[in-house]
Design a protein around this ligand. Structure first.
Ligand code: AMP
Length: 291
């Protein structure tokens, strides 16, 4: 098999078994090909597609996984009703020139008796990790398994899930995965709401109210650009925007070090402003770089 240019090969192959995936990956590597990998939970939208398009630019073969990972959902969370659209996802991946679409069953990845998990430590326990106990251990475990199966040279993630990118970089460093991590900008709806598979739960007034999240981040950015205020005041400016939206309940807002996510006290260097809020039945997260 010669190294295929993404999209110019004989078309997309769907793979459900780990053994078959390993064979395909080995063939690509033997031929000198380079694999760019986009792990997802499906219900694909433009945010996912932006990662896939970039993957096509940086690999000779593009692999996408669709796996709703039970390990990263808490017992009270929406695993069962997480949006699923296998037909639509296949069409989108084929149209984008994906070479390998890996869509394993849950029991293929976590067969009965599976017991080994990754523990992320502090960076997985703050912010999202505090609100969703065990979430990042579940993310790290499945991403580690997927990296071992797909053996990508590059893996692409969205800035939308900022803490997840910090966790993945930590995982790659700590376990010596030989993979380059690329993080791409958040793709947004026209009113600024970050695209997310869960946005389809947002109806009517809740959907309109959800735009306050990005408005809050932009307000923080504007306050920061005007110069001066310390991170607490920048957080407060964003908080006021959220609190002005009665349908929205703020969970946290934090000006954090971009690498460690520790709270920042000064404006000596750029920081990331992270927030989480509830609107109606949906928990939303978003973030923006400041400075
Ligand atoms: P998910 O299917 O939600 O697990 O997301 C799969 C990948 O797509 C993750 O790396 C996400 O950060 C990324 N992603 C999700 N939403 C967006 C978005 N609006 N813009 C850019 N990337 C995104």
């Amino acid at each position: 098999m010669s190294p295929r240019r993404a999209g110019s090969g004989p078309g997309m192959e769907r793979v459900t078994r780990i053994r078959v995936m390993r064979e395909r990956i080995a063939a690509i590597h033997r031929a000198g090909g380079k694999i760019a990998f986009v792990p997802t939970m499906g219900a694909l939208h433009e945010g996912h597609l932006s990662l896939i398009r970039e993957a096509r630019r940086c690999g000779t073969a593009t692999a996408v996984s669709i796996f709703v990972n039970p390990l990263q959902f808490g017992p009270a969370e929406d695993f069962e009703r997480y949006p699923r659209d296998p037909e639509g996802d296949r069409e989108k991946c084929a149209a984008e020139g994906v070479d390998l679409l890996f869509e394993p069953e849950a029991a293929e990845i976590f067969p009965p008796g599976h017991a080994t998990t990754v523990r992320m430590g502090p960076v997985g326990e703050i912010l999202e990790g505090a609100a969703r106990s065990g979430h990042f251990d579940g993310v790290a475990t499945v991403v580690a398994k997927l990296f071992l199966i797909v053996q990508p040279q590059v893996a692409l993630f969205g800035q939308k899930d900022y803490q997840q990118t910090v966790v993945i970089r930590r995982l790659v460093r700590d376990l010596d995965f030989d993979v380059k991590i690329a993080v791409l900008p958040t793709v947004r709806e026209p009113d600024g709401l970050a695209m997310s598979s869960r946005n389809r739960y947002l109806k009517g007034e809740d959907r309109k109210a959800a735009a306050a999240l990005y408005r809050a981040l932009r307000e923080a950015q504007a306050v920061a650009a005007a110069g001066g205020p310390d991170p607490r005041k920048i957080e407060a400016a964003a908080k006021r925007v959220i609190e002005a939206e009665p349908r929205m309940a703020l969970e946290y807002i934090r000006a954090a070090d971009p690498e460690t996510l520790a709270p920042v006290e000064t404006r000596d260097k750029p920081f990331v402003l992270l927030l989480a809020a509830r609107v109606g039945p949906v928990r939303l997260i978003d973030n923006i770089m400041i400075g």
